[in-house]
Write a protein that binds this ligand. Structure first.
Ligand code: PEP
Ligand code: MG
Length: 765
């Protein structure tokens, strides 16, 4: 049955008419309060808007003294209006003046009104102001009236967000929605980016607030909910372990929430009141977010954020992909200020690596993730693109609008939203300084990395995608010490065909010209999930069926990759290494497969690589006790310090809670690195390290002292490390560091000792 054209629906119709008229903002507001008062049979309707100085200013009123408009204000937390803004919850009071929180504003003439109902004007959980109705008699407003006033408040929120109230008001301070904010997260990728926000999963905004036909919207909401439930059920059925930590438990919770009566009822109510399905979802989501921001219990916050995520999925169901397309290539209206030169700073809860590549590389200036792990794939891709990333930026999504100005400081892990002049100034200095340093590194590009006492160090870069390659020449890298072949698989929507693999490897070798490239065979499993590969549920995937284990069990995969590599490297050198080797027999078994592929290609008359070098990664602690055997089976080894450290210290590399708990620049890890170096030297085998340890200056010092003369790191780190090497006296460093590594109960930590060394020898990087 169609709801009668009365109450909230009529009101929303009126408001829509007002919004569509070409009137000044103040006239619009005045008309809006008139309509609300008339519709709700209230003697008073007032709008208070929040300004950056935490002041709620009366912006329009019907029923109070009109002279008080823009003259009267309250602080957040003060009086009933201030309390509503602070708590983001409605208040419904029969006799307001007897209420302990009541603060009389005599200029308004409100002393003659008893009953009071006020609701926050919320947007993405943030209070932007307060909407109030008052009556002389002591009445209690019904729940449906509160609901209707909240729906109306949402229309006002859009008016504010659209920038329509700019320039109104008494004080010189801005509206709160434009308030600068600093959000502290973690540094995921270094560098500084300045630009305008683009919300990766854009919120549905003003474009379609009011529904024309209740039945149609009700049906749309119901269809979208059905689709959402089916998609969750499908995920559960397929037992899909998607990225972003969407484990079965989370999906189970989602399914429960998607069927939550209260959630669905509130959205239906909003549609009944006249909103479109997407506006109704957004309204209920905003109420949730407001509550979420005020809950400190992490468990409850987590559950509420599941709801939040579900609402985003539902919005995407309703809005489809078009809005995304518009945002990916922002032009005109969606960009405040419309300055096309500005870079895009992508803001997302979390995202898959491939999604970042959907943005045009030239426009990307940075990435801010509300969740995510520092070692996640999207971060690896962001590093390849050379953009800064701030992760774990709690509350970022509900604090920004598309087009907001933002500075991403990937060094400090901080995002400055709508930064003020002083911050902008200090960052323009920092950016200038960064550019200076960059110029200094570029000048070093054609110089070798040689210590003052003559030790030459080979600095190579890590890569995994074609977008990495343009950095090879400008970084001055001596080659690619680790090519993570799994990245191509991770960013593809389906299995890359052998021809595509071969094409990529050939392009990499072409680009590298005479420089060596070390390809690592597929390192999937664990945290490296391929969305299209059916995976089994594993309690501890990092310790599970992954990398070379998977390759040996599914030799078809390994064979086709080896064949692609052999063909791509025809007539040139092929360097190949195996990841996550735990027992030496795995190397031998893989070698049999490789030799077989070489034989097959030879038989079919293919030109083989001119030279083949075979290696293994040292990243599982068990292999430290089989080093002699390993050295006898390979041409070279490369230490994967990220994994070796996580497994040695039983400390998950993606877990932020323990991220800084154990220091790799410490005796246990240095001793492990020493054993590896000694074995390789004894067996006269090439040895190198390709994890993050090499790009941290103190880590690099440990390596050089231990005799590592080849390391591989992100392209951006080569300049600083080369600069450090060129003023390093390795003899002096060895004198103090080598005995300290072996020292039992050493007084100073290795880090302290290295810091003293760096300071007293004027070593910079
Ligand atoms: C490592 O583990 O250090 C390494 C280089 O490999 P990945 O980071 O790809 O696991
Ligand atoms: Mg590894």
């Amino acid at each position: 049955m169609k709801p009668m054209e009365t109450g909230p629906r009529v009101l929303l119709k009126r408001l829509r008419e007002v919004m569509a008229e070409s009137l000044g903002a103040q006239v619009k507001l005045d008309k809006i309060v008139d309509h609300i008062a008339a519709n709700m049979v209230a003697e008073v309707c007032s709008v208070y808007i929040l300004r950056t100085n935490d002041i709620l200013e009366l912006y329009a009123t019907k029923g109070l003294n009109p002279e008080a408009v823009h003259e009267v204000s309250l602080k957040v937390g003060e009086g009933l209006v201030g309390t509503i803004a602070a708590s983001a919850r409605p208040l419904n009071i029969q006799d307001a003046q007897k209420h302990p929180l009541f603060a009389l504003l005599p200029e308004t003439g409100e002393e003659s009104f008893s009953s009071f109902m006020g609701v926050p004007i919320l947007r993405a959980g943030r209070s932007l102001g307060v909407l109030v109705v008052q009556n002389k008699d002591k009445r209690v407003y019904r729940d449906d009236e509160i609901e209707a006033l909240e729906t109306t408040a949402m229309v006002l929120a859009e008016l504010i967000a659209a920038g329509e109230l700019k320039g109104l008001g008494s004080t010189s301070s801005e509206l709160d929605i434009n308030r600068p904010r600093t959000i502290r997260g973690s540094s995921f990728a270094k560098g500084i980016g300045v630009g305008n926000v683009v919300l990766h999963a854009p919120r549905v905004v003003v474009t379609n607030l009011f529904n024309e036909d209740f039945e149609v919207e009700k049906q749309r909401l119901s269809d979208a909910l059905d689709k959402l439930r089916i998609s969750i059920d499908n995920m559960l059925e397929r037992n899909e372990l998607l990225q972003h930590g969407e484990t079965r438990e989370v999906l189970d919770t989602y399914r429960m929430f998607a069927n939550d009566e209260g959630w669905v009822r509130r959205m239906r109510e909003a549609v009944r009141n006249g909103l479109t399905a997407e506006a109704a979802v957004e309204k209920v989501q905003s109420d949730h977010q407001a509550r979420m921001q005020r809950v400190s219990d992490p468990y409850i916050r987590d559950r509420m954020s599941d709801f939040d995520d579900l609402a985003y999925r539902l919005l995407r169901e309703l809005v489809g992909e078009d809005q995304n397309a518009k945002i990916l290539n922002p032009s005109g209206k969606s960009e405040k200020g419309g300055n096309k030169q500005r870079k895009l700073i992508v803001v997302a809860r979390n995202m898959a690596a491939a999604e970042l590549l959907d943005y045009s590389k030239e426009n990307l200036g940075g990435l801010i993730l509300e969740d995510g792990g520092a070692a996640s794939h999207v971060v690896i891709v962001a590093k390849a693109l050379g953009i800064p990333v701030v992760g774990r930026a709690a509350g970022i999504i509900s604090s920004v609008e598309n087009g907001d100005e933002v500075i991403v400081d990937g060094q400090e892990g901080v995002a400055y939203l709508r930064p003020g002049g002083d911050i902008k100034l200090s960052y323009s200095d920092k950016i200038h300084f960064q550019a200076e340093r960059q110029r200094k590194y570029e000048k070093l590009r054609d110089f070798s990395a040689v210590t003052v006492d003559g030790m030459k160090i080979k600095l190579q870069m890590n890569a995994g995608l074609l977008v990495d390659l343009p950095q090879l020449a400008p970084s001055g890298a001596d080659g690619i010490g680790l090519f993570r072949t799994e990245l191509q698989f991770m960013v593809s929507a389906s299995f890359p065909r052998p021809g595509q693999q071969e094409e990529l490897y050939r392009q990499v070798l072409d680009e590298a010209k005479d420089l060596p490239v070390t390809f690592r065979t597929l390192d999937v499993g664990g945290d490296k999930v391929l969305p299209y590969l059916r995976s089994v549920h594993e309690e501890n995937p990092a310790l599970g069926w992954r990398a070379v284990r998977l390759a040996l069990d599914r030799p078809g995969l390994l064979k086709s990759q080896i064949r692609a590599l052999l063909k791509a490297a025809s007539g040139r050198e092929l360097r190949l290494m195996l990841p996550m080797v735990t027992e030496v027999h795995e190397i031998r078994r893989a070698r049999v497969i490789i030799d077989h592929e070489i034989e097959v290609l030879k038989r079919f008359g293919y030109q083989l690589p001119e030279n083949f070098k075979f290696g293994a990664m040292i990243e599982v602690p068990s292999i430290l006790y089989q080093l002699d055997e390993v050295m006898n089976t390979v041409d070279f080894i490369s230490v994967g310090s990220n994994d070796l450290f996580q497994f040695m210290m039983a400390s998950d590399r993606g877990n932020n809670i323990i991220a800084d708990r154990f220091d790799p620049v410490s005796r246990p890890f240095a001793r492990a690195l020493k054993i590896i170096a000694q074995s390789a030297i004894r067996h006269k085998k090439e040895f190198s390290l390709c994890g993050d340890f090499a790009e941290r200056p103190m880590g690099a010092l440990v390596l050089f002292a231990l005799g590592y003369q080849s390391v591989s790191m992100s392209a951006a780190s080569i300049g600083p490390i080369k600069s450090m090497i060129r003023n390093l006296d390795i003899g002096k460093l060895r004198e103090i560091l080598l005995p300290a590594i072996d020292e039992v109960d050493g007084g100073q930590t290795l880090r302290e000792l290295l810091k003293d060394f760096v300071d007293s020898n004027g070593i910079t990087y």
